[in-house]
Design a binder for this molecule. Structure first.
Ligand code: NDP
Length: 240
């Protein structure tokens, strides 16, 4: 029986590419999403990958969602914590809700999904967790104290959990993407985006499949000696 992988936010953008890359590796993939039914249905129709709706920021919903995936597909061996949101604004204009919601989903989601799956991986002696951080968690970004803090937290979370998983065959790594051509980046105003692209040494935005390739490497059988690391895939924008 093939191993089962969950990709949070796995029905569009970077997550969609990750779901496809893990399917190509031979895993049985479950793609989680928050509420965009139209995209999720189109994704499942196109790829044959099952999609499951729950909010990764909701602890109980993650426990229930992972139980439903286990029931449908089998024990979960791979988790890619990809779901993420932005609620940008300078500190003076950022509400407590904007702070909290980004922390709850982007960082809390990693904790919730790990709580639901890490114990089983340890018991079975094999697992892969990949957390999607960000260049803005490494370097900071104007107007993103919430997002930068959450993504920076992901890198610490990764290194700490990697230490707990290492002797049980469970690796925990992060990927820090630079600017990738998805809906999230399409929301950035054009003049701001032009300035961003001008600062990327390779001279273009990244593509979702370029992040997915990195995730596939970290999740494959041969990736077992890589743990606690962060792979930066950013076109040379931040050499960390
Ligand atoms: P998109 O906005 O294109 O897609 C986000 C995905 O996350 C969607 O599938 C969405 O579901 C899902 N999602 C959002 N909130 C929740 C939630 N509470 N519970 C479950 N799923 C949720 O994002 P990208 O593909 O651009 O980004 C993917 C990840 O990569 C994010 O963590 C982002 O921070 C990170 N990243 C992105 C960069 C970029 O340039 N694009 C750069 C660096 C990091 P639904 O479809 O239902 O809304």
């Amino acid at each position: 029986m093939s191993r089962v992988a969950i990709v949070t936010g796995g029905t569009r953008g970077i997550g969609e590419a990750i779901s496809l890359a893990l399917k190509e590796l031979g895993y049985t993939v479950a793609a989680n999403y928050a509420g965009n039914e139209e995209k999720a249905k189109a994704f499942t129709d196109k790829t044959g990958i099952a999609s499951f709706k729950w909010d990764v920021g909701d602890h109980q919903a993650c426990l229930d969602g992972c139980a439903a995936v286990t029931e449908a597909l089998g024990p979960i061996d791979v988790v890619v914590n990809n779901a993420g949101i932005t609620r940008d604004g300078v500190l003076a204009r950022m509400s407590f809700d904007d702070w909290n919601e980004v922390m709850r989903i982007n960082l809390g989601g990693c904790f919730n999904m790990a709580k639901a799956t890490f114990g089983g991986m340890r018991e079975r002696g094999w697992g892969r967790i990949v957390n999607i951080g960000s260049i803005n968690g490494q370097a900071g970004q104007y107007g993103q104290v919430n997002y930068a803090a959450a993504k920076s937290g992901i890198h610490g979370f990764t290194k700490a959990l990697a230490q707990e998983g290492a002797k049980y065959g469970v690796t925990v790594n992060a990927i820090a993407p630079g600017y990738i051509d998805t809906d999230m980046v399409a929301a950035v105003p054009a003049p701001v985006l032009e300035k961003i692209v001008a600062k990327i040494p390779v001279g273009r935005l990244g593509q979702a499949h370029e992040i997915a390739r990195g995730v596939a490497f970290l999740c494959c059988e041969e990736g077992g000696f890589v743990t606690g690391s962060t792979l930066s895939i950013n076109g040379g924008q931040h050499m960390y």
